[in-house]
Design a protein. Structure first.
Length: 537
């Protein structure tokens, strides 16, 4: 663990007992100090919250009280693999958390620069982490910020998970012991990015993401921006692993989108024990029974679970987790929530959300409120490629559609592809969802509800309505929002047969030039074909 620049607070006495010696971590929410406990004559770590001038008095009161409450909750977790919380004290009205001081590197330090670990060593570290999580969950404490930076690698092979409960205190800005910022989006489970209540399975997902980085050198869904990362966590398939070895089946299970499909902590521990010896973690199917994603109730059962979690790592446990399903489209019939796409993209001032226009049953384009029109298209047939466009054939999505000349491929995943214009202000995206619901309007409404909460003054709906496109159930959503430098307008069309594939066509562009770019949407929509499997020549 390395020191960082000291503050004038060095040498200060906190709560009449803890003498600040050396600053060892700093982040947006606070600073961590190595300190001397002058009563007991031992070294401790003291985490002090920064002043928060942007918060109102009542918000500060709530923040401080939650910090105290969650720190006390974390102090209930007593386990060799869990950082010990000694005390919660006040300093000038601000809560300070006094913890065990562990002079050690973090797993994040060890993996810096894309370095990796052998699967057996990653599994050994994972065993310490799962033991810590089992003890915490038995005490009804969620971590919410499991990641490499919060895993201390101490002397004699000790693995210590830090910041139990603290992440719950300050959302995504709480400081870790080594100065990292908690709540890293790379390690947030899909249910968390969808705004759902997390449970123990969310911590297990983060464990899976940590193991993935340990063996592959990067977080599983990391992208260039937080927007793209959130979207990838919510909807993208897990990137194939090349170096996971015996850990691969377990990691695949831990990173399933549906928390109810993930293995339990006990199954995870059994699989990790097998992987430590280099054996496969999932050759024999053992059903993972559905379970509620809630903390266990306090009482004798919780005590028993805590004792089991504290069992020595050498204790043999038989059994293996279920073999992961073969790669393919998502099994869930519930469309992945794309609220993060609309919300975060709006905040970034980039092109927004999922956008669509529509055809009526008679094949004519519906352009209410746009001031534009499109040529009629026979039901089920694609129009010829217009002048100034070229045809894109995407064999991965089994589609083809026209794209304006000069536009470039911006990015693609297994479920969508995006093209961007030379100004980099206009985008067209084709996305797919499988299986389709009864009508795309339901997920449009879900995304819109979240957008209204996060952007009450920026978002403005122009229309949202059910329609049909080439005889299929469809919905159209059109809206505007304020970007960093300009107002954008977006249109989104979703269509598909229930139980089949839903196709989404969306465009966003500066509102001031909407009349210029809206025809791009119509041309792409009219030329869209779902029967193209011939690659570009």
């Amino acid at each position: 663990m390395h020191a960082v620049s000291n503050e004038p607070d060095e040498g200060r006495l906190v709560a009449g007992r803890y003498r600040l010696v050396e600053e060892i971590g700093r982040g947006g929410m606070g600073t961590v100090w190595r300190a001397e406990d002058e009563v007991l004559g031992r070294q401790v770590a003291v985490k002090r919250l920064h002043t928060q001038p942007h918060l109102a008095d009542d918000e500060l009161t709530t923040l401080y009280e939650r910090t105290r409450r969650e720190a006390r909750s974390a102090a209930r977790v007593v386990h060799p693999n869990v950082i010990v919380v000694h005390d919660v004290v006040d300093d000038d009205g601000r809560p300070c958390i006094v913890m065990e001081y562990v002079p050690a590197l973090t797993l994040g330090d060890l993996l810096a620069g894309g370095r990796t670990l052998p699967p057996e060593e990653a599994a050994r570290i994972g065993l310490g982490m799962i033991a810590a999580l089992r003890a915490a969950h038995a005490a009804r404490v969620l971590h919410r910020d499991v990641k490499p930076a919060n895993v201390l690698l101490g002397a004699e092979g000790r693995v210590v998970l830090t910041d139990f409960g603290i992440a719950m205190t300050a959302g995504t800005s709480t400081l870790t012991k080594t100065g990292e910022v908690v709540g890293s989006v790379d390690f947030m489970a899909p249910e968390r990015v969808r705004g759902e209540t997390p449970g123990p399975a969310s911590d297990l997902w983060a464990l899976g993401a940590t193991l993935y980085q340990a063996v592959e050198g990067r977080p599983p869904f990391h992208r260039d921006t937080a927007v793209e990362t959130v979207y990838a966590i919510a909807v993208d398939p897990l990137p194939p692993m090349k170096q996971a070895g015996a850990l691969e089946p377990l990691i695949e299970l831990l990173l399933l989108k549906n928390p109810a499909d993930r293995p339990s902590a006990e199954q995870t521990e059994r699989a990790l024990r097998t992987a430590v010896s280099g054996g496969p973690t999932g050759p024999t199917p053992v059903p993972v029974l559905p379970r509620e994603n809630n903390l266990p109730a306090a009482g004798p059962d919780a005590t028993t679970a805590a004792n089991a979690a504290a069992a020595p790592a050498s204790t043999p446990v038989a059994g293996t987790p279920v073999v992961p399903p073969a790669p393919g489209r998502p099994r869930s019939r519930k469309r992945p929530a794309l609220l993060a796409v609309a919300a975060v993209l709006l905040a970034a001032g980039a092109v927004a959300g999922t956008l669509y226009a529509t055809h009526g049953d008679d094949g004519t384009a519906s352009t209410a409120g746009t001031g534009t029109s499109a040529s009629p298209t026979p039901s089920g047939a694609a129009s010829p490629v217009p002048g100034g466009y070229h045809l894109v054939r995407d064999t991965q999505l089994d589609i083809s559609f026209p794209v304006p000349d000069g536009w470039k491929l911006k990015g693609r995943t297994a479920e969508q592809v995006t093209y961007i214009d030379p100004t980099r202000l206009v985008e067209i995206t084709i996305g797919t969802v499988y299986p389709a619901g009864t009508n795309p309007i339901s997920h449009f409404q879900d995304i819109e509800a979240n957008t209204k909460v996060n952007y009450p003054t920026s978002y403005r709906k122009l229309r949202m309505q059910k329609t049909s496109f080439r005889g299929l159930p469809a919905a159209v959503w059109e809206f505007t929002f304020q970007g960093r430098a300009r107002v954008f307008r977006a249109i989104d069309l979703g269509f598909g047969q229930e139980g089949g594939t839903e196709y989404d066509i969306y465009l966003s562009a500066p509102d001031a030039k909407w009349d210029t770019y809206r025809p791009v949407f119509d041309n792409v929509k009219n030329g869209f074909d779902t029967t193209a499997a011939t690659p570009d020549s």
